[in-house]
Design a protein around this ligand. Structure first.
Ligand code: SF4
Ligand code: SF4
Length: 337
């Protein structure tokens, strides 16, 4: 698809036009970091953030969502009210490419072959994703491709104070129709390419193969020793998607984010817990991201956004966890010792 070059004023005008028909969400600075909020339509959103504190999954799969309301009436069938499917058109501007790619992973869960979540699906189909490439990679980030196009309708790269706009999908093309911007020449595309930062892959096929062989390995106990099972890593992870459904007293069924790092996550009504200690829970988190998910969906469930690295209260860095797993002996070798 096409590439255009835009001045800041043109980009602002384009966004303002989009805002006439759609709700435009952009990263806004708050006390504890950036968050996606409705854009003020006055000036271009700032660009000095890595990614938002809360991942974008919240905009499609909210932390708490009422699935239905009900009222019991004596002697009659209960009254059941199902919330409307969201229809508002939205634009997410300034999402980082790693976060945009996380949405493609979530699509496997909420818009898969077996089950489609109508609320998630409506939000996905009503939302235009406009990504803005980071200028540098943060200390805790480990995305493989700073310029990843996965999950974006439009990808924007800031070059020499102007914007290289790459249209990636038909939805992106429709949103850009009639703008009349100049097509980007080869010189500017080459300049943008120079901004690419490659780095050694943190996650590769070897880790998948290794995980296949170390389910009962003592490494899991060592790795989890300093973890306090707070669940921050899973709540802030753009790809984690575990949830619980509870009935509240006012007659609502509410879906809320949950975490495999919590002791209660797998606790059964009998009191039995198949993941009784932190060892099983940490193993589950790592196995799910790098073994079970790729086995089923052919992609790892980590986009290298670095949130879990930055916010873990005990500095349990997932990159170091992967390195330790890579270096540990598999079960066959261990039993030979
Ligand atoms: S954020 Fe750190 S301490 Fe908390 S559950 Fe995750 S790994 Fe454990
Ligand atoms: S596991 Fe950590 S680095 Fe990977 S996507 Fe989740 S929060 Fe980001």
């Amino acid at each position: 698809m096409s590439k255009y070059i835009m001045f800041g004023e043109e980009l602002l005008q384009w966004l303002q036009n989009l805002a006439k028909e759609s709700k435009v969400l952009a990263p806004v600075k708050e006390e504890y970091g950036y968050t996606f909020a409705e854009w003020d339509k006055k000036s271009l959103p700032g660009d000095d953030y890595r990614n938002t504190l809360k991942p974008p999954k919240d905009l499609f799969f909210p932390q708490h969502e009422t699935l239905l309301k009900y009222e019991k009436i004596k002697g009659e069938n209960p009254l059941v009210e199902v919330p409307d499917i969201p229809e508002d058109k939205r634009v997410i501007f300034g999402i980082r490419p790693c976060d945009a790619s996380s949405l493609v992973l979530l699509d496997n869960i909420f818009m898969g072959e077996d089950y489609v979540d109508p609320y998630y699906e409506a939000r996905r189909s009503n939302t235009l994703i406009v990504s803005l490439v980071c200028r540098t990679r943060g200390k805790s980030c480990f995305c493989e491709d700073l310029f990843s196009t996965k999950g974006s309708d439009i990808l924007i790269i800031k070059v020499d104070g102007n914007y290289l706009v790459e249209i990636l999908t038909y939805r992106g093309e429709a949103a850009f129709k009639g703008i009349g911007s100049k097509e980007a020449d080869e010189k500017i595309v080459k300049k943008a390419d120079k901004l690419k930062r490659t780095q050694e892959e943190v996650l590769d096929k070897d880790i998948f193969e290794k995980l296949r062989t170390i389910y009962d390995n003592p490494i899991w106990k060592q790795l989890q020793e300093k973890c306090v099972n707070c669940g921050v890593c899973t709540f802030l992870c753009p790809t984690c998607h575990c949830f619980d459904i509870t009935d509240d007293k006012r007659g609502k069924k509410v879906r809320s984010w949950d975490s495999c790092m919590f002791a209660s996550f797998t606790k059964q009504a009998s009191g039995h817990n198949p993941r009784p200690t932190g060892t099983e829970r940490l193993r589950q988190r790592i196995m799910h991201k790098f073994y079970y998910f790729p086995e089923k969906y052919h992609d790892i469930a980590c986009v290298g956004c670095g949130r879990c690295v930055e916010k873990c209260p005990v500095n349990l860095d997932i990159r170091q966890v992967i390195e330790k797993i890579r270096g540990c002996l598999d079960e066959k070798s261990l039993s030979a010792i």
